[in-house]
Write a protein that binds this ligand. Structure first.
Ligand code: FAD
Length: 313
């Protein structure tokens, strides 16, 4: 992925998509179809998030195995939650055997209450930077191309933006090649993150920062995502969505969606103008909303059954 980010693609901004391990087999099948749809639309890579534990982790592993066989560049996420160092090494070896060398190195959040206190695991690691160190100091893992998370509004556990910058830079200096941001809804926050990192370290701070964009399709869902991620919903955006809902979200869901997709499109346009290296769509496993934004940007055909979309959502 870092090679693709370095290669300029004249007249075209690359985009990528993120999926989550779904809850059931039918949704998993839709995910494989969606991955194919995005591949056909020219996605630079697809990523699969790493669940908090148990069955979602099994699904992540199965999805990674299946995507590894498809002609897609796949980015696998890995977190420290509930893993010992040895377990993490075993997972890294499994990814390597599958040829999955693009990895997003993350700490993860405590299961149950993601905003609650971090819980250490005996024999485990505590910061994403330690996972990067583990990989970089182990010769058998040298093939991994590493990305990390970054936070336009600062990570919610960092006391100040300076502290956030310091720890983000530590991951980039430690060997991560790029970052993907948490979702955000004000492009200024993304630009300020970029400024902070470059000002603090013109070499490592200038590595690509891929903006994470969540296409907005519902008021309830955007409020929930904001709550889980620690991002802020700008009051003007919230007011527009509330106005579109007009007191009845269900009855006015098309209006809300229209406002949301337009907002996400405007954000993407500004990010392209500001030179973002790739647009990373956090799809929440909904293909259509992302394709609608891509269509508005002139980067994809209109949503329609002829492109295989009848099998996805
Ligand atoms: P870290 O870089 O370890 O930072 C965590 C906190 O500790 C920050 O506040 C940081 O400032 C602070 N810190 C870092 N190093 C030090 C240090 N040495 N001393 C003191 N403080 C320090 N979660 C999942 O569970 N699964 C996923 O698949 C997933 N995918 C994600 C994808 C993206 C693009 C993003 C942006 C987030 C994702 N997350 C995922 C959520 C992420 O795991 C959480 O936001 C988590 O709280 C922070 O992870 P991190 O890797 O940035 O942690």
């Amino acid at each position: 992925i870092s090679d693709v980010l370095k290669r300029p693609s004249p007249g075209r901004v690359p985009f990528s998509v993120e999926f989550m391990p779904p809850r059931d087999d039918a949704a998993e099948e839709r995910l494989y179809r969606a991955a194919e749809v995005f591949h056909d639309l020219g996605a630079s890579f697809v990523s699969v998030t790493y669940g908090a534990g148990g069955s979602t982790r099994e699904r992540t592993s199965r999805i990674a195995r299946r995507l590894a066989k498809q002609p897609l560049t796949t980015l696998v996420h890995l977190t420290l939650v509930n893993h010992t160092r040895e377990e993490m090494k075993a997972i890294l070896r499994e990814y390597l055997e599958l040829g999955l060398t693009n990895l997003l190195a993350l700490r993860g959040d405590p299961p149950g209450d993601p905003l609650g206190d971090w819980v250490s695991t005996d024999g485990g690691l505590n910061y994403a930077s330690e996972l990067i160190d583990l990989i970089k100091s182990t010769p058998e893992f040298r093939e991994f191309d590493l990305g990390i998370a970054s936070f336009p509004e600062g990570h919610f556990r960092a006391k100040t933006l300076e502290e956030d910058t310091k720890y983000t830079l530590a991951k980039l200096r430690g060997g991560a090649e790029y970052s993907i941001t948490q979702m955000f809804f004000d492009v200024e926050d993304y630009l300020r993150l970029r400024d902070r990192l470059v000002a603090a370290d013109p070499i490592h701070g200038a590595k690509p920062i891929i903006p994470g964009i969540m296409p907005i399709t519902s008021l309830r869902s955007v409020r929930r995502q904001v709550e889980l991620s620690g991002a802020q919903l700008p009051s003007q955006l919230e007011e527009s969505l509330v106005r579109a809902a007009n007191g009845n979200e269900e009855a006015n869901k098309d209006e809300i969606r229209k406002v949301g997709i337009e907002y996400s499109t405007n954000m993407a346009e500004r990010l392209i103008a500001e030179g973002a290296e790739d647009l990373h769509f956090m799809t929440l496993n909904f293909t259509r909303a992302t394709q609608e934004v891509l269509y508005n940007l002139g980067m994809a055909p209109a949503w329609g059954a002829e492109h295989g979309q009848d099998a996805v959502r």
